[in-house]
Design a protein around this ligand. Structure first.
Ligand code: HEC
Length: 144
Protein backbone atom coordinates (compact mmCIF):
# COMPACT_ATOMS: atom_id res chain seq x y z
CA UNK A 1 0.00 0.00 0.00
CA UNK A 2 2.69 2.43 1.10
CA UNK A 3 4.94 1.45 -1.78
CA UNK A 4 2.36 2.03 -4.53
CA UNK A 5 1.49 5.45 -2.99
CA UNK A 6 5.10 6.64 -3.50
CA UNK A 7 5.52 4.95 -6.79
CA UNK A 8 2.54 6.33 -8.65
CA UNK A 9 3.37 10.12 -8.57
CA UNK A 10 6.84 9.24 -9.78
CA UNK A 11 5.31 7.22 -12.59
CA UNK A 12 3.01 10.11 -13.50
CA UNK A 13 5.92 12.54 -13.70
CA UNK A 14 7.92 10.10 -15.81
CA UNK A 15 5.01 9.58 -18.18
CA UNK A 16 4.42 13.32 -18.45
CA UNK A 17 8.07 13.88 -19.33
CA UNK A 18 7.85 11.19 -21.98
CA UNK A 19 4.62 12.65 -23.36
CA UNK A 20 6.23 16.11 -23.59
CA UNK A 21 9.14 14.62 -25.48
CA UNK A 22 6.86 12.86 -27.94
CA UNK A 23 4.78 15.99 -28.53
CA UNK A 24 7.67 18.38 -29.07
CA UNK A 25 10.06 16.20 -31.04
CA UNK A 26 8.01 15.85 -34.25
CA UNK A 27 7.13 19.55 -34.07
CA UNK A 28 10.78 20.43 -34.22
CA UNK A 29 11.64 18.08 -37.09
CA UNK A 30 8.62 19.21 -39.11
CA UNK A 31 9.67 22.83 -38.84
CA UNK A 32 13.12 21.89 -40.12
CA UNK A 33 11.60 20.11 -43.09
CA UNK A 34 9.65 23.12 -44.31
CA UNK A 35 11.86 25.92 -45.61
CA UNK A 36 8.93 28.32 -45.93
CA UNK A 37 10.85 31.50 -46.66
CA UNK A 38 12.83 29.78 -49.40
CA UNK A 39 9.79 28.73 -51.42
CA UNK A 40 8.36 32.24 -51.20
CA UNK A 41 11.61 33.74 -52.45
CA UNK A 42 11.85 31.47 -55.51
CA UNK A 43 8.30 32.17 -56.76
CA UNK A 44 8.45 35.18 -59.12
CA UNK A 45 5.97 37.87 -58.15
CA UNK A 46 3.61 39.54 -60.62
CA UNK A 47 5.85 42.61 -60.54
CA UNK A 48 8.87 40.47 -61.48
CA UNK A 49 6.95 38.99 -64.40
CA UNK A 50 5.85 42.39 -65.70
CA UNK A 51 9.44 43.63 -65.41
CA UNK A 52 10.70 40.61 -67.38
CA UNK A 53 8.00 41.26 -69.98
CA UNK A 54 9.09 44.89 -70.23
CA UNK A 55 12.71 43.84 -70.70
CA UNK A 56 11.77 41.29 -73.37
CA UNK A 57 9.70 43.94 -75.17
CA UNK A 58 12.79 46.19 -75.42
CA UNK A 59 15.21 43.35 -76.26
CA UNK A 60 13.03 41.71 -78.93
CA UNK A 61 12.94 44.77 -81.15
CA UNK A 62 9.28 45.66 -80.49
CA UNK A 63 10.40 49.13 -79.39
CA UNK A 64 12.02 49.78 -82.79
CA UNK A 65 8.60 49.94 -84.41
CA UNK A 66 6.21 50.53 -81.51
CA UNK A 67 8.37 52.92 -79.44
CA UNK A 68 10.10 52.39 -76.08
CA UNK A 69 6.92 53.27 -74.20
CA UNK A 70 4.71 51.52 -76.82
CA UNK A 71 3.56 55.00 -77.89
CA UNK A 72 3.90 54.14 -81.60
CA UNK A 73 6.30 55.31 -84.33
CA UNK A 74 6.20 55.78 -88.11
CA UNK A 75 6.92 52.04 -88.40
CA UNK A 76 4.22 50.69 -86.10
CA UNK A 77 1.04 51.62 -84.21
CA UNK A 78 0.78 52.57 -80.52
CA UNK A 79 0.00 49.55 -78.38
CA UNK A 80 -2.65 51.19 -76.23
CA UNK A 81 -5.99 49.87 -75.04
CA UNK A 82 -4.98 46.43 -76.24
CA UNK A 83 -7.09 44.90 -73.47
CA UNK A 84 -10.23 45.95 -75.40
CA UNK A 85 -9.20 43.78 -78.33
CA UNK A 86 -6.95 41.03 -77.02
CA UNK A 87 -6.92 38.51 -74.26
CA UNK A 88 -3.49 37.29 -73.08
CA UNK A 89 -3.64 33.86 -74.78
CA UNK A 90 -4.72 35.20 -78.18
CA UNK A 91 -2.24 38.07 -78.04
CA UNK A 92 0.55 35.62 -77.28
CA UNK A 93 -0.44 33.46 -80.27
CA UNK A 94 -0.69 36.57 -82.46
CA UNK A 95 2.92 37.52 -81.67
CA UNK A 96 4.07 34.17 -83.04
CA UNK A 97 2.09 34.39 -86.26
CA UNK A 98 0.63 37.86 -86.95
CA UNK A 99 0.20 37.03 -90.64
CA UNK A 100 -2.49 34.43 -90.00
CA UNK A 101 -4.44 36.89 -87.84
CA UNK A 102 -4.02 39.70 -90.36
CA UNK A 103 -5.53 37.52 -93.07
CA UNK A 104 -8.80 37.04 -91.20
CA UNK A 105 -9.11 40.37 -89.35
CA UNK A 106 -10.20 43.51 -91.24
CA UNK A 107 -9.05 45.88 -88.53
CA UNK A 108 -5.51 44.44 -88.69
CA UNK A 109 -5.58 44.71 -92.50
CA UNK A 110 -6.46 48.41 -92.29
CA UNK A 111 -3.76 48.92 -89.67
CA UNK A 112 -1.26 47.11 -91.83
CA UNK A 113 -2.06 49.33 -94.86
CA UNK A 114 -1.43 52.42 -92.78
CA UNK A 115 2.14 51.31 -92.05
CA UNK A 116 2.82 49.80 -95.47
CA UNK A 117 5.41 48.57 -96.45
CA UNK A 118 6.28 47.76 -92.80
CA UNK A 119 4.53 44.63 -91.55
CA UNK A 120 4.25 43.22 -88.06
CA UNK A 121 6.84 40.39 -88.15
CA UNK A 122 6.32 36.93 -86.66
CA UNK A 123 8.60 36.51 -83.67
CA UNK A 124 9.75 32.95 -84.13
CA UNK A 125 12.83 33.40 -81.94
CA UNK A 126 10.72 33.95 -78.83
CA UNK A 127 9.45 30.89 -77.00
CA UNK A 128 5.92 30.52 -75.67
CA UNK A 129 6.82 31.64 -72.13
CA UNK A 130 8.55 34.78 -73.43
CA UNK A 131 5.63 35.69 -75.70
CA UNK A 132 3.23 35.28 -72.85
CA UNK A 133 5.38 37.50 -70.59
CA UNK A 134 5.35 40.23 -73.27
CA UNK A 135 1.60 40.06 -73.72
CA UNK A 136 1.06 40.16 -69.94
CA UNK A 137 3.28 43.23 -69.84
CA UNK A 138 1.37 44.94 -72.66
CA UNK A 139 -2.02 44.19 -71.15
CA UNK A 140 -1.39 44.76 -67.44
CA UNK A 141 0.76 47.85 -67.74
CA UNK A 142 -2.23 49.68 -69.14
CA UNK A 143 -4.47 48.72 -66.20
CA UNK A 144 -2.48 50.97 -63.84
C1 HEC B 1 9.18 45.91 -88.13
C2 HEC B 1 8.29 46.64 -87.24
C3 HEC B 1 7.62 45.90 -86.12
C4 HEC B 1 8.20 45.16 -85.12
C5 HEC B 1 9.67 44.83 -84.89
C6 HEC B 1 7.10 44.74 -84.24
N1 HEC B 1 5.92 45.21 -84.73
FE1 HEC B 1 4.09 44.93 -83.90
N2 HEC B 1 3.20 45.80 -85.52
C7 HEC B 1 3.87 46.41 -86.57
C8 HEC B 1 2.90 46.87 -87.55
C9 HEC B 1 3.23 47.60 -88.84
C10 HEC B 1 1.64 46.51 -87.06
C11 HEC B 1 0.28 46.76 -87.76
C12 HEC B 1 -0.40 45.45 -88.12
C13 HEC B 1 0.33 44.58 -89.10
O1 HEC B 1 1.23 45.05 -89.82
O2 HEC B 1 0.03 43.39 -89.16
C14 HEC B 1 1.86 45.86 -85.77
C15 HEC B 1 0.87 45.37 -84.92
C16 HEC B 1 1.06 44.94 -83.64
C17 HEC B 1 0.01 44.63 -82.70
C18 HEC B 1 -1.48 44.75 -82.92
C19 HEC B 1 -1.93 46.13 -82.51
C20 HEC B 1 -3.41 46.28 -82.37
O3 HEC B 1 -3.86 47.42 -82.47
O4 HEC B 1 -4.11 45.32 -82.12
C21 HEC B 1 0.62 44.21 -81.55
C22 HEC B 1 -0.06 43.79 -80.27
C23 HEC B 1 2.04 44.26 -81.77
N3 HEC B 1 2.28 44.71 -83.05
C24 HEC B 1 2.98 43.91 -80.83
C25 HEC B 1 4.34 43.79 -81.10
C26 HEC B 1 5.31 43.22 -80.18
C27 HEC B 1 5.00 42.77 -78.75
C28 HEC B 1 6.49 43.21 -80.81
C29 HEC B 1 7.80 42.65 -80.31
C30 HEC B 1 7.81 41.30 -79.84
C31 HEC B 1 6.29 43.80 -82.14
N4 HEC B 1 4.97 44.12 -82.27
C32 HEC B 1 7.28 43.99 -83.08
C33 HEC B 1 5.24 46.56 -86.67
C34 HEC B 1 6.18 45.92 -85.88
Amino acid sequence: MNRSFFKSPFLVVALLALALLVVFMPGRTQRNKMPRTESIETTPSVTDKIETGARLYQQSGCATCHGTGAEGTARGPALTELEDRWDPTVLSAYLKNPKSYREKDERLQRLSKRYFPVLMPGLETLNEAERSLISDYLLRRLED
